[in-house]
Each structure stands twice: as structure tokens, then as C-alpha cells.
Design a protein around this ligand. Structure first.
Ligand code: F0G
Length: 457
């Protein structure tokens, strides 16, 4: 059959609220043209993030009911530990309340001032946690990974040549190396098995531990199955196991590929590092058998980690982004190609050629998608990454002006996506009428969350 259906049926529904364009225009003004300031109940389709927003299965909800809430040695912890070990084979598995808590603990115990941590591309929270420990986060994604419309099967790959040169010069200041799968900041692009293996070899040549930022490990494993020679007949669990076999540890936001609303973990083989991490965990997150979570959350993660590796799920998951990408490309809208696992990234500079980066075309597109159809996406451009010239105070734009539409797992159906595609194409039809935005208020850090905008005159 040509039709690819959602590999689940719906047992519980949550109503979403329709609003009129007039209502949304008013809501948008009140929210100062910043989607983060719109109430969730005023959104029809929420593509702000795929993190912690997905639908849990009947089996996950059932497992939550048998959560063991004992403070120490809970049964749910051992079930969770077994599920993580089954995939990663790491010796020490430490639960945390989400990904950045695992990052904070890892970098607090493993890096010191003046250190350097290379990756393909560090996610914002990873970079911030490295910098908070006065170390430097360095990105070495391949050059192809930075050209939006260039097709390449593994645009998340590490540039091995640059990493080798860097290690030759700086290996004494490198306490660990990382790779993010899939590469969220670069468009949700996968990393090949060969690249993971070679990155591991380069680091291990200098006895440097290799950690995987594993948020979307299952999506990455399925891309390897589809695209890398020699993996087409392999089981995704086997592929995931091979990915982790080259690493010494991982950080994980379970809010992505463990299909839960909250949770994460840190895992590693090194005994001393694990002891130090557990000591810090007790200080700030909780006892090592719950790490800031409830027993029921550990149960839900254990089941989610099994379900995410079902191939019919992964096939549908990757096809969702590809489907939207194909429809938008046919309509002449530029996106990052090929589509990654969890999101579609629209090139807002190409969408609104008449709006200069200083007037935030990505923010304009987010506002217009909301006005037109109640859809919420997120700007990844000069609002999020633009800098100010320290001398003149003028804005230095970001490299790209993108809008990310990220898809919660198992949440929206084909017709929701067809509707969203229609809204984007209609918004494109009206592009000449869109006006730029200016910032009227901003906080000192991470301005995209709370900045206020108004239309330029
Ligand atoms: N690493 C990657 C690659 C991520 O995408 C995220 C979160 C984290 C680490 C941090 O995990 O949120 O559980 O603390 N990404 C979300 C997003 C927020 O929208 O892409 P967390």
C-alpha cells in the first residue's frame, strides 16, 4: 500500500481551540509578537518543540500506575536501569530530571577552567553548561551541514580533519569530546555510524573519553538504517547498540526519544567519574535511584525507550517531516534539505527577501503563521543568536534566519499536517504584505524567550 498510516489509534483525546484571525491578531499584539508569550490554549497546532510535548502510550500510562515511589532502591529504578543498559550497555546509569541536568553534572565533574570540549554542534544548553564552567565549547560540523539547500545523507557529521588538527594542538586541554545525534542545531540532521566510529578513534588516540548527546538516538539509528551502506537489514536496536558501543558515556534528554514529558539521564563507564557525578546528584537532584524524578517517571521512560525503537513508529516519524518538506519545496518554499528527524526548518530570509535580518524575518514568519492559522513555531535566527557590537551597540545578524517547526511525538495526525502545510503556503502567498519587526524591550540574556516586538513603521 502507498498510504503510510499513523501506527497507533487514539484512546484519549484533548480538544484544541479554534480562534478567528481577528482574535489571533489581538492575541499577537498582546503577546508583543513573541510566540513564547502566547498562552498555549490560544494555539491550535503547537510546533514550538518536540521536547516533552509528545503523547504517551497506553503501556506507558499503565506502567506509571505501578511506579514504586520508595526513596531508595525503588523497583522502578531497576526497570529503568535495565532498559537503558539494554540499549547503551553503559555501566553507570544516573537518572536526572532532564537533559540539561545531566549536562550540568557531567561538566561540573569533568571540565575545568580553560578546557575545550569539541562536538559536531553543541546544543544551546550544552554549550551554556560548558561555558558556565569557564571552558570552551567548539563546533566542528562538516561544511555541508551549514548549507541549507545542499543535499547530503549525513549533514550532522563531524569534520574529522578539523577535529584531528584541533586534537593534535589542544588534546591536553580536552577532558572529553561529544557528538549530538541527531544534530538539532544543524536542522535535526543525522550522523553516520562511520563518523561516530572515526570520532571515537580520534578521541581515544589521546585517551579522551567520548560522550554522545543522545536525545534523538533512535531517529539517528533509523537514518543509518535507511542511508548507510551495510545497515539496511540490521535491526534498529542493534544499530543503536553499535552507536553507543563506540562511546564512553552519554547525556540524554528523555523528553525526546524516551517519549516522556519529563526525564533524562547521564550514563558512563568510568567508576570515579560516576562516583563524583552521583555525589553532585545527591546534592542537587536527589538520591541516585530517582535523580529528581518520581518512580512513575522512571517506569514511563523504561517503556518509552522500548517503544521508540519500533520500526513502524520510526518510519512514520521520519516520513512526517519528509512529507511536509516535500509539499513546501513543491510550493517553492526554501527549507533545510533533506529534512531531519524531528522538525522542518523554513528559510525565512528566502521567504521574506524584502525584510532585512535587522527586522527579524524569522520572527515575522512565526507571527504570521500564528495569525494565519494558529500555528506556533520558533525563530532560530537573529533574535535567538544575533549579537550586539560592543562598541556601536548595533545588531550583528546570525548566520541564518530560520523558523523551526518541531513535531511532538505521536500527537498530530496527517490532517493536522495537511492543514499546517496549507497555512504555510497561504502565508507565502501573502508574503509581500508582511512587515518587519523591531525589538522594543529585551532582557540581558536569552532574549528570544521574553523580548517584546512591534511592527516597523
Ligand atoms: N541536547 C539537545 C540536542 C537538545 O535538543 C536538548 C533540548 C537538550 C540537549 C537539553 O535537554 O531540554 O531536557 O534539558 N532541546 C529542546 C528543543 C529544548 O526544543 O530542541 P532538556
Amino acid at each position: 500500500m502507498k498510504s503510510l498510516i499513523e501506527p497507533f489509534r487514539i484512546k484519549m483525546v484533548e480538544a484544541i481551540r479554534q480562534t478567528t484571525e481577528r482574535e489571533r491578531t489581538e492575541i499577537l499584539e498582546k503577546a508583543h509578537y513573541n510566540p513564547f508569550l502566547i498562552k498555549a490554549e490560544d494555539i491550535l497546532i503547537d510546533f514550538l518543540t518536540d521536547s516533552g510535548t509528545g503523547a504517551m502510550s497506553d503501556k506507558q500510562w499503565a506502567a506509571m500506575m505501578i511506579g514504586d515511589e520508595s526513596y531508595a532502591g525503588s523497583k522502578s529504578f531497576f526497570r529503568f536501569e535495565k532498559a537503558v543498559r539494554n540499549i547503551t550497555a553503559f555501566t553507570h546509569i544516573i537518572p536526572t530530571h532532564q537533559g540539561r541536568a545531566a549536562e550540568r553534572i557531567l561538566f561540573s565533574v569533568a571540565v575545568k577552567e580553560g578546557d575545550k570540549v569539541p562536538s559536531n554542534t553543541h546544543f544551546d544548553t550544552t554549550r551554556a553548561n560548558i561555558e558556565f564552567n569557564r571552558a570552551e565549547a567548539v563546533d566542528f560540523v562538516i561544511p555541508e551541514g551549514k548549507i541549507p539547500t545542499l543535499e547530503h545523507p549525513f549533514k550532522g557529521n563531524m569534520d574529522l580533519g578539523r577535529l584531528a588538527d584541533f586534537l593534535e594542538k589542544h588534546h591536553e586541554q580536552v577532558p572529553l569530546g561529544m557528538i549530538t545525534v541527531t544534530n538539532n542545531s544543524g536542522g535535526g540532521q543525522p550522523v553516520s555510524m562511520e563518523n561516530i566510529r572515526e570520532t571515537s578513534k580520534l578521541l581515544h588516540k589521546y585517551d579522551i573519553p567520548f560522550f554522545i548527546d543522545a536525545c534523538r538516538f533512535a531517529e539517528n539509528a533509523y537514518f543509518i538504517k535507511l542511508r548507510e551502506p551495510g545497515y539496511g537489514d540490521r535491526d534498529v536496536l542493534e544499530i543503536a547498540r553499535e552507536m553507543f558501543s563506540y562511546a564512553d558515556g552519554c547525556t540524554m534528554s528523555a523528553k525526546k526519544d524516551a517519549m516522556v514529558n519529563i526525564g533524562g539521564f547521564l550514563a558512563m563507564n568510568d567508576e570515579t567519574l560516576a562516583m563524583n557525578a552521583r555525589n553532585l546528584l545527591i546534592l542537587t537532584e536527589g538520591f541516585p535511584s530517582y535523580g529528581g524524578l518520581a518512580g512513575r517517571d522512571l517506569e514511563a521512560m523504561a517503556v518509552g525507550l522500548e517503544e521508540v525503537l519500533h520500526e513502524d513508529y520510526l518510519k512514520y516519524r521520519l516520513r512526517t517531516a519528509a512529507y511536509m518538506g516535500e509539499r513546501l519545496t513543491e510550493a517553492g518554499i526554501d527549507i533545510i534539505r533533506p529534512t531531519g528527524g524531528h522538525a522542518v526548518y523554513i528559510d525565512a530570509k528566502a521567504f521574506y527577501p524584502h525584510i532585512p535580518p535587522s527586522q527579524f524575518p524569522g520572527q515575522v514568519l512565526c507571527a504570521e503563521l500564528y495569525r494565519k492559522g494558529g500555528i506556533r513555531g520558533v525563530e532560530i535566527g537573529s533574535v535567538m543568536f544575533g549579537k550586539k557590537d560592543p562598541e556601536t551597540g548595533s545588531e550583528i545578524p546570525a548566520e541564518m534566519e530560520l523558523v523551526r517547526l518541531a513535531f511532538p511525538r505521536r500527537m498530530y495526525t496527517q490532517s493536522h499536517f495537511d492543514y499546517a502545510i496549507e497555512v504555510i503556503i497561504e502565508t507565502y502567498g501573502d508574503r509581500d504584505r508582511a512587515r518587519g519587526l523591531k525589538i522594543v524591550w529585551e532582557p540581558p540574556f536569552l532574549r528570544h524567550f521574553t523580548a517584546k516586538f512591534s511592527p516597523v513603521d
